[in-house]
Design a protein around this ligand. Structure first.
Ligand code: 7TS
Length: 414
């Protein structure tokens, strides 16, 4: 990769931005946080932006004419513009604030899909999807009789694009897929998948929950019709996520939830919908969280998404090397060049929950289970895996601690 990652001085400074990293998790045991795929830690600038909002500005938005209400509205809408610039959207009208990725995908399923799909229409998903990009479509399938087909996953953990090409002959209406797998770490060739979907006349939705936080994502390059992601995985707070949608599509869609703020005019028996993006944001939104997301975007932008991606790539290669030295350990997913900072593995026949519990005793926070991707685990014939996931604030020292702790876990289980 051409872009340079962080030098040791920059890394040391960066680590100081995350207050939680200096706490002990057990007496005398420092934290090695290896669970960023579940949720990321937050820099002080994000925590401060939200604290400052509640201490100085707190007011409801889009309705008051007093000073605080105007300030709160400006800060919240400023965050929306930051998000729009961050993913290179044409306009902030294309940025809908939701609660998280899950709600963003459901918004498309409940509005666009219910307005456009009928019995027998095909939606293509993949075998590696998170439950949040499976269940909404399953609900629609049982309600509407839409058909679901799945792009298979190869043994290496890649999408089988030849099989996808064949599925496209069935003229799907929608292709909805994850940009990066939260289990395999696979970075899917999203632009190509979108291009192929469009060539077959389908709309394309990209689940960017694991991509937007970790490498540059440009919606104009990607040409995705929809992109969903969550603030809490990209240094921001919980409670706010984003649905990006192309303006023409969003304009043509019926509203999602009804209530205040999403209307222009209400009569006793009817209403007219507000303009974008407010049409899809009913009720008082997560204002402090929106402002926190804006601060997270500032932090990521100043640090540089190219450099974050380069650093995580080095770290992941190092982790895969170190883990391969642990005998009996198998990482699922592709080689380092094709993946982001996620390593899910099995360790001999030790139960992943036992592995995670023993790692926790040494201050290592990892996740064990199916990671909300049960069908993918079934594909690999595994009930569960242990998963370490990395972000810009992880170091080689964290990975060294992981590798040596895993050796001790193995000894303990003989
Ligand atoms: N899509 C992907 C690819 C994800 O990894 C996740 C969360 C979601 C969607 C849902 O995001 P949410 O913010 O709406 O919950 N993934 C994980 C995980 O891997 N461990 O915990 C949550």
């Amino acid at each position: 990769m051409a872009t340079s990652s962080f030098n040791p001085g920059e890394l040391a400074n960066l680590l100081k931005d995350f207050p939680i990293l200096s706490r002990e998790v057990h007496p005398g045991v420092s934290l090695a946080y290896l669970d960023s795929a579940a949720t990321s830690q937050k820099p002080a600038s994000v925590i401060d932006a939200m604290d400052e909002y509640y201490r100085r500005t707190n007011a409801n938005i889009h309705r008051g004419i007093h000073m605080l209400a105007e300030e709160a509205t400006a800060k919240y809408e400023d965050a929306r513009q930051k998000v729009a610039r961050f993913i290179n959207a044409h306009s902030e009208r294309e940025i809908i604030f939701t609660r998280n990725t899950t709600e963003a995908i459901n918004l498309v399923a409940y509005t666009w899909a219910r307005a456009n799909l009928k019995n027998g229409d095909l939606v293509i998903l993949t075998e590696m999807e998170h439950h949040s990009n499976l269940v909404p479509w399953q609900i629609l399938a049982s309600e509407r009789g839409i058909r679901l087909e799945f792009i298979p996953v190869t043994d290496e953990g890649l999408l089988d694009l030849d099989a996808y090409q064949q599925l496209l002959a069935q003229e799907p209406r929608l292709v909805s897929f994850m940009h990066m797998s939260n289990v395999l770490g696979t970075i899917n060739p999203a632009s190509e998948i979108v291009r192929m979907a469009h060539a077959a006349g389908a709309v394309a939705l990209v689940d960017g929950a694991q991509s937007v936080p970790h490498f540059p994502v440009d919606v104009q390059d990607l040409d995705a019709d929809f992109l969903a992601f969550s603030a809490h995985k990209m240094l921001g707070p919980t409670g706010i996520g984003v649905l990006y949608g192309k303006e023409a599509l969003l304009n043509a869609m019926p509203p999602f939830l009804g209530g205040g703020d999403m209307i222009k005019k209400v009569m006793l028996r009817s209403f007219s919908a507000n303009s974008l993006p407010h049409k899809f944001e009913a009720g008082t939104p997560a204002i402090a969280e929106g402002i926190g997301l804006g601060a997270a975007v500032d932090y990521l932008t100043h640090t540089g998404m190219d450099r974050i991606a380069a650093y995580e790539h080095e770290l992941t290669s190092y982790a895969l090397d170190r883990l391969s030295e642990v005998s009996g350990l198998t990482v699922i997913g592709p080689r380092a060049e094709l993946r982001g900072g996620v390593a899910a593995f099995t360790l001999a026949d030790i139960h992943p929950h036992d592995v995670a519990q023993l790692l926790d005793r040494e201050g290592l926070a990892v996740r064990a289970g199916h990671h909300c991707a049960m069908p993918l685990h079934q594909r690999f014939d595994l009930p569960a895996t242990t998963r370490a996931s990395f972000y810009l604030y992880n170091t080689r020292a964290d990975i060294d601690r992981l590798a040596s702790a895993l050796e001790r876990v193995k000894k303990l289980f003989g």
